[in-house]
Structures are given as C-alpha cells and as structure tokens.
Write a protein that binds this ligand. Sequence first.
Ligand code: NAD
Length: 307
Amino acid sequence: MKVAWIGLGNMGTPMAANLVRAGHQVVGFDLVEGARARAAGLGVIVATGAAQAVADAEVVFTMLPAGRFVRSALLDPGGVLDHLAPGSVVVDSSTIDIATARELHEQVTARGFRFLDAPVSGGVFGAEAGKLTFMVGGSDETLALVADVIDAMAGRVFHAGGPGSGQSAKLANNMMLAINTAGLAEGAVLAQRLGLDARTFYDIATVSSGDSWPLRNWYPVPGVVETAAVNRDFDGGFAVTLMSKDLGLALQAGRETATDLPLAEQVMGQLASLIELGWGGKDTASLVKLVDGSLGPAASSDSEDNR
Ligand code: NAD
C-alpha cells in the first residue's frame, strides 16, 4: 500500500522501516532534520511537509508525542486532512488521551475519512523487531482495510472495541505496569533487607503469587535478570518521563470516569520525585532507588535523622 508516516522519532522510524521492508511504499515527514535523515537511510521517502507526505497515501500513520500534536497535524488548516484522498484511513499509533482519540474519530470520519486509534506496547525494541502489540479502537471494517500494513509491525493485534478503546486498553495496561513496578521495588528491597539471596527470592516469586511482568523482566537487583536496566545504571528501557506521561493520561481517564486511583496517584508522585532529581531519562525500575534510599530526599533525610 501507499503509506504516509508523520512522526519519525524513536518509535516511528523503526515502525516505518518495517513497512518498507514488507514492500510498502512509505513517504514520511518529521519536523526534525535528524529524524528525517535517519528514516531516509532506512528506505523511507522523505517529504518536505505533511501535505506532501499524504498526497498519494491510502493510509496515514501518526506517531507523535501527545494528543495536541496529533490533532494539530491532522486538523489544522493545510494539515493532513486537507490533502488526503477521500476514503483514506488515518491510524494514530501515538499514546494520547482518550477524549482526544474519540474527538479525532468524530472529526476525521465527519470529513469522509476512516480513523483508528491504535497505540502500541513493546517499546523501541518491539518496534525494531516488528513485534509490537497493537490495541485498536474503531470499526472492524476499517481495521480489515489496514490489517496487512499493521501486521508488518506487529507481534499481536487486538481489536479492543469502538472509538477510543485502543487508548483505553493501553492506559489501563500501563497504569498496572507502573503500580506493579512500584510494588516490585518494595518487595525486592524488603527481601534483600530480610537477608534473602536476590536470585533465590526471584526464583520463588516467579512461580508464586507475587509474580508479575516487571518482576520477570525488570528485577531491580543487579545480576538477576539480564534484561533489567539495573544492570546498566538504569539507562535505556522505559523512561520515567514516558511512564509519567502514560500514568498522567490514566489518571485523567480516572477523573473523567469518577474512578479513584489512589495507587496510581501514589506512583505518579514517586515518578515526579525521580524527575525532579534528574532521573527522568532513566528506566522506570529506578523507582527502587526511592525505596532503598540510595537517591534523593529519602537518603538525605535519613542521614539527618541519624545525626
Ligand atoms: P519521539 O519524541 O522520539 O518521536 C516523536 C516525533 O514526532 C519527534 O521526532 C518529533 O519531531 C515528531 N513530531 C512532533 N510533531 C510533529 C509534526 N507536527 N509533524 C511531524 N513530526 C512531528 O517519541 P517516541 O518515543 O517515538 O513516541 C511516539 C509516541 O509513541 C508517543 O505518543 C509515545 O507515548 C508512544 N510510545 C512510545 C514508546 C517508547 O518506548 N518510546 C512505547 C510505546 C508508545
């Protein structure tokens, strides 16, 4: 298919590159020159602007930082919709707020196009490997039209439901991930202070009721799980700022549905502390640093108490 791609960042570029590899023609655009150059090196035809990128497209993907960027790229005068052929499909794979996703469904379809909210899970590694999990909101018919294209980037594709359902699934999932990671941090530190060998406790918990995805992938003690960012001073992985963004969107969804989310609120506060202390770019499993007191205010107030 003829695909347009708007937003060639950390996720967008490897996703678009997988479409090129699968034989699709991909014309892409990003505001940043470096992003455009990297994508061009991977076979993406780089356009001079969003309008040129979408001129011949049958499907347009957006992979942008937040809802307001997606709204502006699509709806602003001279933007994507002003240059797209009638009947084309717009797929937003960014993680954005549910209200904006629903509004985009309405506005895009009202102008004679089709729309899917289709956020992804799996991070940059999943994007590079073409193994992302897609959570799709919209109609069966629209999904069927672009299923082959999505398959070239996906390990699994779920049709979560109607408009906004993809974002709903993504935000509820990532909220659980954040809370599980905070729980893991407390469990790992407590086990260690009780004198347990980290590897032995990990082996016990993975086959017991404390098991979780972050436990198996992000255990925050060095040398236990190879993939864990703790082995690399928490570099790479799922950045605190990204988790904070997703959790903020989940809390917004909580307010909109009158749902109390006290655990999510608590973890949001912890992520804010990490960001304040300059750890925003580090992996989310660095939450363990707040528990073991090896970073920031907890450590310094302890030492003051000791004095
Ligand atoms: P990124 O910041 O690396 O990329 C976003 C790109 O969009 C940037 O290159 C920016 O220049 C570009 N951009 C912004 N406005 C634009 C416009 N109007 N026209 C063209 N380009 C524009 O972010 P990312 O890590 O690639 O994430 C993209 C989306 O995917 C976000 O919504 C994020 O929450 C979500 N996501 C990220 C990950 C991850 O691990 N990075 C995982 C799952 C989902």
